[in-house]
Design a protein around this ligand. Structure first.
Ligand code: NAP
Length: 250
């Protein structure tokens, strides 16, 4: 008899599931037996990882939702609850950057980054609170960034959103602990995805020099940590911001 997978028959919502870190998280959770509701902006991109995820013997359903719209998130959460009958895990991972120096940053660039990265996480967290509270159990994992902890020139909007996620994590952890719902935050350093592909080779080389482990992280590095935070062995861990950056900010 094979031992049961630790997340057997659990249901996770993963936002930004179509690629990068969100895809790696979806695959890793699925490998541990978890069904996945994968969210991204278009049906086709959300559906693009279905086959790979379902190869682990779980169900994957794609949802086209713009996380920056509170109404769309609320509707989608209702639909997901109807489709899967429960929500055990929420991973707030969808995010964007619109980098430029403060003096040149438009109100639109500020709003867009805050609305997607921070308000998106707020909308989803609010939407899952009722079903998780009823079930007296839940795991919420927010993907913040080392930039939210330390700031970065050219990323005032992104740093503010990611720092906001850390504050939100701690407050949600306090508010929902009585319902046996944990909420933690992961702060990745530089991870190889489409988002960091935009960086110049020169900047990447400079960064690599500063990373003690001498490599950029992979989506899988982050996914392993998220899987732990989403799983049964992290039941006494809540309200934490966990840095995973190859030692960059030691
Ligand atoms: P990525 O490769 O650019 O992927 C972003 C994901 O978010 C895509 O699946 C995208 O879906 C989705 N998304 C963006 N805006 C959305 C919206 N309004 N509604 C729904 N989905 C949306 O990014 P990544 O590098 O994997 O980053 C994932 C998360 O980790 C982000 O929150 C990012 O800030 C954080 N992070 C990344 C790094 C890094 O070095 N890469 C470091 C620290 C933190 P579609 O485009 O298919 O709609």
């Amino acid at each position: 008899m094979t031992p049961e997978k630790p997340l057997h028959d659990q249901v996770a919502i993963v936002t930004g599931a179509s690629r990068g870190i969100g895809k790696a998280i979806s695959l890793q959770l699925a490998a541990h037996g978890c069904h996945i509701a994968g969210v991204s902006r278009s049906e086709s991109s959300a559906a693009s990882i279905k086959e790979e995820v379902e190869a682990f013997g779980v169900t994957y359903r794609p949802y086209a939702v713009d996380v920056s719209s509170g109404e769309s998130v609320q509707e989608a959460a209702k639909q997901i609850l109807q489709d899967f009958e429960k929500i055990d895990i929420l991973v707030n991972n969808a995010g964007i950057t619109k980098d430029t120096l403060l003096m040149r940053m438009s109100d639109e660039d500020w709003q867009a980054v805050l609305q997607t990265n921070l308000s998106g996480a707020f909308y989803w967290t609010k939407a899952v609170t009722r079903p998780m509270s009823k079930a007296r159990s839940g795991r919420i994992v927010n993907i913040s960034s080392v930039i939210g902890q330390h700031g970065n020139a050219g990323q005032v909007n992104y740093a503010a959103a990611k720092a906001g996620m850390i504050g939100m994590t701690k407050s949600v952890a306090k508010e929902l602990a009585g319902r046996n719902i944990t909420c933690n935050c992961v702060c990745p350093g530089f991870i190889e995805t489409d988002m960091t592909d935009e960086l110049s080779e020169e900047l990447k080389a400079t960064l690599l020099e500063q990373i003690p482990l001498k490599r950029m992280g992979s989506g899988a590095d982050i996914a392993h940590l998220v899987t732990y935070l989403a799983g049964p062995h992290s039941s006494y861990l809540t309200g934490q911001e966990i840095t995973i950056d190859g030692g960059l900010f030691i």
